[in-house]
Write a protein that binds this ligand. Structure first.
Ligand code: 5GP
Ligand code: ZN
Length: 114
């Protein structure tokens, strides 16, 4: 989609530190990490928010979850623990309107989030 930062990362127009890529998804390091491990996992398909995911996207959503598990294991934060976050719309502080999972770990995280 035009003018979407994450679509431009998918196309290679904007560089990113890619950690994983397949035909449906990519994962890359967050530009402004909030934890020692802070990875963004995104579908290649442009969905502005998690609310745009439809019945046909069920498999894709599961794929993003399993990709997060794989990366958590690769980064060695599976046993210590990690958080998977999807911010949706204004109150959650969503700033990039291309669906993304934040995979965060490597430090203790308080609950509830601020
Ligand atoms: P949101 O606030 O929408 O849930 O998260 C957006 C995330 O994208 C933020 O953590 C922000 O640091 C990250 N981000 C924004 N622009 C870029 C970029 O151009 N490259 C990378 N790697 N991360 C970005
Ligand atoms: Zn996009």
């Amino acid at each position: 989609m035009e003018d979407c930062i994450f679509c431009k990362i998918v196309s290679g127009e904007i560089p990113a530190k890619k950690l994983y890529e397949d035909d449906k998804a990519i994962a890359f390091e967050d530009l402004n990490p909030k934890a020692p491990v802070h990875i963004l996992i995104i579908p290649k398909k442009h969905l502005a928010t998690s609310l745009e995911a439809k019945e046909e996207d069920k498999g894709l959503m599961g794929h993003l979850f399993l990709t997060a598990n794989k990366l958590a294991q690769e980064k060695g934060i599976d046993r210590s623990g990690f958080r998977l976050v999807v911010n949706c719309n204004e109150d959650a502080g969503q700033s990039v309107f291309h669906l993304h999972f934040h995979l965060m770990g490597g430090r203790f995280m308080a609950w509830p989030p601020g």
